[in-house]
Each structure stands twice: as structure tokens, then as C-alpha cells.
Design a binder for this molecule. Sequence first.
Ligand SMILES: *Cc1c(COP(=O)(O)O)cnc(C)c1O
Length: 448
Amino acid sequence: MEAVRVRSSRADAGSTELDAAILAGLAPDGGLYLPLTMPALPDGWEQATSLADLGVQVLAPWWGSAAGEVAPLLRDALTFDTPIRPLSGRRWLLELFHGPTLSFKDVGARVMARLAARALARRGSSATVLVATSGDTGSAVADGFAGVPGVRVALLYPRGGVSDVQERQLVAARPGVRTFAVEGDFDDCQRLVKAAFADDDLRGLGLTSANSINIGRLLPQMLYYLWGVVQLRRAGIADAPLIVVPSGNLGNLTAGLLAAASGLEVAGFLAAHNANRFLPDVLDGRRAADDFPATVRTLSNAMDVGAPSNFERLRARYGEGLRDAISAVTIDDAATTQRMTSTYREDRTLVCPHTAVGLEGLARLRSARPELDGVPALVLATAHPAKFPNAVREATGRTAPTAERLEALRRGDRRVEPLEPNVEALRHALHRDTWPDGPSQEPPGARA
Ligand SMILES: *Cc1c(COP(=O)(O)O)cnc(C)c1O
């Protein structure tokens, strides 16, 4: 079988090899990569025994004759489960937070790190991964790549824009990783990353992106949608579920839509946003699709994105049909907290603010469209509640049991550098020769 090729979301500029797209991040025309063809789900995928098993059956074949090389990488990356947890009212949480950094981002980041390392090794080259993070991406990516030969990581996060726990995870010292606290918001960080890719000087570092613009992160995220549905069926729920996705940059939602395009049967998708309401407003016709608002800070800060990058992918794929493919809703902080409170009261379950946005969004959709009441709903639980101790305590009076992994961070070494939000400052910082325990190989051009 041929390996899948990908194309840019912009001009019809031909196709690219999947591995090349994973190393490049963005397409040369500034667009985002999308699969040119979608392999159908293989026969028997419903009999899969784990997330990793699904990876081997469903995703490895995307690499065609190299599937046998990719399969062990998937097994190595997908070592934790994404179990379902029943709530009242035909609702199930799909718990995506059992990986090393306690958010769903571990799935994409761990797989992508291994795919990128393999692609680099094939080329005999090295790279610098540049990541803007609104909280959870950075630590997942840093964790996924730490110590991978030939790869350095530079994390940019908005100073003061992430929770204490998230910050502790971001500044944990890791081999080959540098963390920058940017004086600005997440959109400033994203802008810096985009500017770096357009910068001739910085491109010489062999820059690659691990943001959710990278297709190497999106593809593995398809797998837990499939695994969630497999588990529902095993629990006796045969009906196709409505899937609720707490959304920010829309990478997670895009992965779900890809899973549906490859043959997963669903009743629909709901993108649940916080007060950063670009998508709900565009679908309602209240905002033009190229009119991006500024970011607003909320309780569910990993979804604080004014201008979701992956919207470009959705638009390229669905155009005006996007309104039929998904629904979207916006939930404010007060309603988020109330939903955290009621979920604890009614279901004895502590949820993080992002997950609460999803649960509240579902409640609103069901009351607006009562015909959906009987449809089983799978709500993606995107982060562990222990990552947001203050929000959980305020909403419920409870303390989420601290995961052992977070405790270990309290004791470990930290490393962080301040950064002004402009490309000159970034250029200066990345050229400074202070990479900690870096890879043995210099990135090509680093000394040029
Ligand atoms: C990143 C993140 C989201 C948003 O996911 P997108 O793919 O950016 O839409 C939601 N919840 C948590 C906990 C996250 O870390």
C-alpha cells in the first residue's frame, strides 16, 4: 500500500510526503497540512484491545510499506489508557488525562516526537522544535521529546497566563529543552512562532513546530475517538454518540472530524468553547470567518485562543458545509464553575474547567434540541482535575487527589528564561549557546 500524502490548506500546490510534513509543521505557502486521501478504517478495528492496538491497526497503515517501522513507535508512545467513565443522563467522560503530563496533549505529543525522530534519522539531520503553549501543549511536547537524539525544544508560554501547576510542568528542567516566559498572551506566542518560521535567520536552525498545526499530532488524536466508541459498545451502548470536544485551537475537534471521515459513526460533534467564542460566532453568522478577536483569559486557560489555527483546516475541508458538520457553543466562567459544582454534587466526579465547559455545552445543546436527549454523549475530559486545584476547590470545596507525577515536579529542578514578544529577542535567545544538555549533534546551520 502507498503511504498517505498530504496537501496544504491553501493553494492547490501538489502533495507532500507525510514525514516531510511532520518535520516542516507548516506548508511552504503558510497553510496547514491535510491528508490528501483518508484510508478507511480497516476491517475488525472494533475488536481492538487498546489505544496502542488501534494505533497499530488504524494509523500505522498511513505509512504504507513502512507501517512495520511505525507500529512499534506507536506502541512505545501509547502506554496509557483513555478509559470511559459513566455519568448520569446517558453521558460518558472519555478520560484523556492519564498520560505523563495529565492532559490529552500527551497522546499527540508522544506519538509526534517519535515520528519526528524517525523522520530526522532517515534524513540524518537534527531539528529545533519551537512550540507556543497555552498551558498543556508545552509540557506534553517537552516530555515527549526530552532526550530524543537530534532534537532540541524551545517552549514559549505566556507569563502569568498559565496555572501554577501548568507552570511547574513547563519549567521542569529536561534534557535538550529550553522554556521561555513571554511577556504577552498566547496569541503573542503563536505570532512569534509564525514569525520565526518566516525568518531566514531562524529557519537555519532546522525549525519545526509541534503545535497542533503539526499533522503528526493530529493524526494520533483520531485514535481515542475510536477507542471511546469501542468502549461504549462494550458497555452495551450501540447508538452512535454525540461527541463533545472542549475546544481552543480546534486541533482536537479536527482530529475527531478526521476519525469520522475515515468511517467512525457519530451522531454529531459539539465544539464547546469558553468566552473565546470565535467559532460559535462564525457559525451563528455573527462574525466574519477572517475576523479574529483578541484572546480573553478564562478559567479554562488551555482553551484561551482568540484565533484558532486549525480553523483554517476546517474551512479548507468543509467550507460552508462546516455548519452542518458541527455545532458550537460558548460558556462563560460562572457557568463553568457551576457545572464543576453540580458535577461533583450529582455524579461525585471532579472535573477540570475545560471538561466542565464541555459538560455545560452539552446541557445547553440538549435543552435547545430535546431530540438529542436520548442520544448517548461522549464528553472528552481533556485534563486531570488535579492540574487545576484552585478552580476545583472553589467550585466543590474538594481537593483533587494530587497525582504522583505532579508531586515529583515540586521536588525537581526548574529552568526558565524571560523573553520579550518580538522575533529579534527570540533570534537572539535561540542563537545564544546555552542549550542545556543538548543533543550531541548541532542542528544544521546553528553556527552559520
Ligand atoms: C489544549 C487543550 C484544549 C483545547 O484543545 P484544542 O485542540 O486546542 O482545541 C482543551 N482542554 C485542555 C485541557 C487542553 O490542554
